[in-house]
Design a protein around this ligand. Structure first.
Ligand SMILES: [Zn+2]
Length: 345
């Protein structure tokens, strides 16, 4: 939101007028803010975080002092003390020294940004810094959307091929490991006949108000006994996540960029669901896929469900690869009758 305001203000104002941003926050956000039009800034984050015993890094975010074995930085504080020496000092000195380090790092980042601007590498710097946290990658999309506008001020046009680079995270070993476990170590709960696939939304598992509501409707339905229904989430990153595993690591604790629901990620998702159906497809008679028109996001706003979510593509895949009778529904309420028809046959 901050970036959107900044970009809008920048577009309206005379570009020669500087914009000052109050309370900019962490240094990994600076380059993104500058790229979005911020000319001057202030930030109290260095001391606020120091009071929480938090140590700034640019590469891996803020760290708790108690977690650090080695300081990665070369500032006067970090060269004079080791983390364990710092921990032994009185609290006010700890806070003062952490604040100094945090400030050194913030100023160093400002110099890095000025240098990058001179070299014409600000975009590259932004793309590195947003790798710090998935929410920065998402925030940067606001900036990418304004590319046609910003491009006018670029001396040389550069294509932003690295925009897809967060898709690389889909190659991480932890995802491959999940795939093997779901294929080889997982057992479908006993007595299950029907599979219900719901999309994983903006937040994981039952933290999503819509997913929670769907599960309530399933739990309290009067048509089909609950033991016969198996609910799984379709995650663009992990593929099929059985509901009973959705609170376990890493399925409940990961954050993904919305790029993971792009067309480019759909292929990945189909690859992810294939082992599940190969190993467990025979456990189900019928499958209902929930593709809502809208859902309630983590901020309790009703938003449109994206057509790019891989759940839009899996029906034809499941029909082709398995013999499960598979139908797509907009509302949970409709699925119970669909399952019930089998009963009377
Ligand atoms: Zn330092």
């Amino acid at each position: 939101v901050t970036l959107q305001i900044l970009l809008t203000a920048k577009k309206i104002l005379n570009p020669s007028k500087p914009i000052h941003m109050f309370g900019l926050g962490l240094p990994q956000f600076f380059s993104l803010a500058v790229a979005s039009g911020c000319d001057l800034m202030d930030s109290a984050a260095y001391i606020l975080f120091a009071r929480e015993k938090r140590y700034f890094t640019l590469s891996t975010g803020t760290k708790k002092l108690e977690e650090i074995e080695e300081f990665p930085c070369h500032c006067p504080v970090c060269t004079q003390y080791t983390p364990s020496e710092l921990r032994e000092l009185e609290e006010p000195s700890q806070i003062e020294l952490l604040a100094r380090h945090n400030l050194y790092l913030s100023f160093s980042e400002l110099r890095t940004i000025r240098q990058a601007i001179k070299e014409g590498n600000l975009w590259e710097l932004v793309e590195q810094r947003i790798r710090n946290h998935p929410s920065l990658v998402d925030a940067a999309q606001v900036l990418y959307k304004e590319s046609p506008y910003i491009e006018r001020f670029e001396k040389v046009y550069k294509s932003h091929g690295r925009m897809f680079s967060s898709i690389e995270s889909l190659q991480r070993p932890i995802i491959q490991r999940y795939l093997l476990r779901i294929q080889n170590n997982y057992r479908v709960p006993e007595g299950v006949d029907f599979l219900i696939i719901v999309p994983e939304l903006d937040v994981r598992g039952k933290s999503s108000p819509s997913v929670k509501e769907w599960i309530n409707l399933i739990d309290n339905n009067m048509v089909i006994s609950r033991e016969r229904l198996h609910v799984v989430l379709l995650s663009p990153v992990f593929g099929i996540i059985p509901l009973e595993l959705s609170e376990t690591f890493p399925l409940a604790q990961y954050e993904r960029s919305n790029l993971m629901t792009s067309k480019h990620a759909q292929e990945h998702c189909l690859k992810m669901i294939s082992p599940f159906f190969k190993s467990h497809g025979k456990s189900y008679n019928k499958c209902a896929i929930i593709v809502p028109e809208e859902y309630t996001n983590q901020f309790d706003e009703v938003v449109k469900f994206t057509e790019d979510h891989p759940i839009n593509e899996i029906k034809s895949y499941i029909e082709k690869e398995t013999k499960i009778n598979c139908t797509q529904f907009k509302h949970i309420q409709e699925i119970f009758e669909f399952f019930k028809i089998t009963e009377s046959l």
